[in-house]
Design a protein. Sequence first.
Length: 345
Amino acid sequence: MGLLLVPAVLNVLGIWPSFSAVPDSFVLGGTGVLGAGYGMACLMLLGVFGGWCVAIIFTDLVRIRDRFWHLYDHFWVIAGLLAGIFFVADSQVSRHATELQATSTEVKQASAYLLRQLESFDRWCRENEASAQVSCRWASSVQQKLLDYSYDHESIFVEFGPQTSADIYVIGEHRAQLSTSEEIRTEIAAYNQGLCPVQELGEGFGRDAPSSMICRSTPGGMCQATPDPLGGRTDEMHLHSTKALDTECLIPTLVLLRKREAALMPKVKADQMSRHYRWLYYLFFSFASGAKIAGSTIKFASMSSRGNCEVRRSVYLARRFCVILSFLLKGGYRALAFLSRCDLS
């Protein structure tokens, strides 16, 4: 009982750390966050004290032999193994979160890279008085979407990102038809061939245009998907050729990355929720640790071999505590009543 009063005594003396009843921050729409390790250590310490006290009181009320504590060792070993499994699960949690963060970074990089190329293409359209072309009108209208992709949170990108390439080939508020999207891609292919011509060497081989400020090969991390078919065939030969505008590689990659994020998001949310179950188990494990320590205390004090006149002392102490508490409450009530009468007089 005295151990349970230790936090209160330390708080009165100013040694026990103060805790705020209001959290520093709030999490809306998520699974919350765990507190600091210092606060968790205090909870674990209270769990150990609580388990020790409960085991001591229970042994005093019910005569428990040493065989019980031998059986308790079986439970203790299993609980320790489960705690080890949770440590392994934490590494899985960090792996899913790391993969989601890496995929989100790839989305932002690919969107920003495509946006810069489209800005150059938009300037080319105005300088060459080709703004009436469908590809130029598309390049002018899609830049805001790509700008949003390069800054959106992964949950927003999964919700509003492109499920197919047609979701990006949008002019204004209307999705382009298949024929229109193919016309856009054909005009962009002609634009690339004009600025970054590929010299055909025959037998399926070609020589790319040299790298320059305009013609560049898209980094491999931004070119992870196969281009969509155009005119009934898929051009994989020039997948990594130098281009001025590589929509054939970047747009399918954005679609692929959105699907990857959509698959990772439920795993990350489940991992975040499982963290709360683990800290509850750690609290239970600290309680079991206190009971284990109490078992050693009981064996050391030979409490199991006490006579009948020495058992159930906790009941006697509880009664004495209730009598003292009742006396103090009655005395306090009488003192308050006396002071109130003095104020009225």
